[in-house]
Design a protein around this ligand. Structure first.
Ligand SMILES: [Zn+2]
Ligand SMILES: [Zn+2]
Length: 338
């Protein structure tokens, strides 16, 4: 599926098989996750290569051919893809923060053609072996929907056993994984969302308390009561919705942090309140390969379950993007590719 013009539907086309370099493999795509970020890509709201572009950054498949210098993988290997292509040599890479690499080569599905296709070229350094017991659909969901949550909670907020964590937008495709990862970490999890179905999902995936933000717009008070006045150590926002960010800030304890997982260019932060209470505002960017490998281990050990709401065919991608836009997916949307 090819994006030729921003804001327009993608078109299904026959394209040439991608060329691949000596340190890359040609991957036969088996499953690709669809994400809110793909909507941003379609609408030109995030940087990409010059169009046309084949999006798709959540990819799992089978190695179909290898470049001459590829050593660790061979034809037939089942893999998932870490979609950032870092230099692995700069100071941020050496400190383990490859998604903010100072010489980032790009991302598969953004600056390079991605996985909404039968084949995609992937550098060997981005490949992660897929265990047999994990399905391609599950594998496709891990790099972003789980990885981003893991990176935000473990690497950025450093959520610990016994911490109080509020997950705002906890009933969505990322939030349900954040809740599971937080429970694995031993946190007490308060999920905030709207609509009964999402509240029930948050409960089902382990939230200790769920709050309907529509019924209880001043929900920071409910958090204060539930924590017996202690308030939340961390509030992670999975929707870039100003009233939720404002309310979330009020729910953070002195010295706690507000983690902006969802983002857009302009959000307001009450810096006076932040100053008075030394609240850390944490930005977070996607997931490193190590984060994705850690998530794969959690899934393999059945500590976290990838939540797949719906699977569609490649030709149905435009309808799928609309479902995401309308918030009509429980968990993640995955494309099966033959
Ligand atoms: Zn994504
Ligand atoms: Zn780097």
């Amino acid at each position: 599926m090819v994006l030729k013009e921003y804001t327009k539907p993608l078109t299904l086309e026959e394209v040439k098989q991608p060329t691949f370099g000596p340190r890359e493999v040609l991957l036969k795509v088996k499953a690709a996750g669809v994400c809110g970020t793909d909507l941003k890509i379609r609408d030109g709201l995030v940087p990409t290569k010059e169009l046309p572009l084949i999006p798709g950054h959540e990819v799992a498949g089978v190695v179909a051919a290898t470049g001459t210098e590829v050593e660790g993988f061979r034809e037939g290997d089942e893999v998932l893809v870490s979609f950032y292509i870092p230099c692995n040599e700069c100071r941020t890479c050496l400190s383990g923060r490859q998604t903010i690499c100072e010489r980032l080569q790009g991302r598969i599905g953004f600056e390079f053609d991605g996985g909404f296709a039968q084949y995609v070229a992937v550098p060997e350094i981005c490949l992660i072996p897929k265990p047999q017991e994990i399905s391609f659909r599950q594998a496709a969901v891990i790099p972003d929907a789980l990885g981003t949550c893991y990176h935000a909670l473990v690497r950025r907020a450093q959520v610990k056993n016994g911490d109080y964590l509020v997950v705002v937008g906890g009933g969505g495709g990322l939030g349900l994984h954040a809740i599971q990862i937080a429970k694995w970490l031993g946190a007490v999890v308060i999920g905030v969302d709207v609509a009964e179905e999402k509240l029930n999902l948050m409960k089902a995936y382990g939230a200790d308390l769920v709050i309907d933000g529509a019924q209880d717009p001043s929900w920071s008070k409910t958090v204060t009561d539930y924590t017996r006045g202690l308030q939340a150590d961390h509030v992670a926002t999975f929707i870039a919705h100003q009233p939720s960010i404002d309310e979330g800030l009020k729910a953070v304890r002195k010295g706690g942090d507000l983690v902006l997982v969802a983002y857009r260019e302009a959000v307001q932060f009450n810096a006076l309140y932040g100053h008075l209470n030394e609240i850390d505002l944490l930005s977070t960017r996607a997931a490193t390969k190590a984060d994705i490998e850690a998530c794969l281990k959690l899934v393999t050990e059945k500590k976290v379950e990838p939540v797949i709401g719906k699977a569609i065919h490649l030709s149905e991608l435009n309808d799928g993007l609309q479902l995401i836009k309308d918030g009509n997916i429980k968990g993640r949307l995955v494309i099966d590719i033959e």
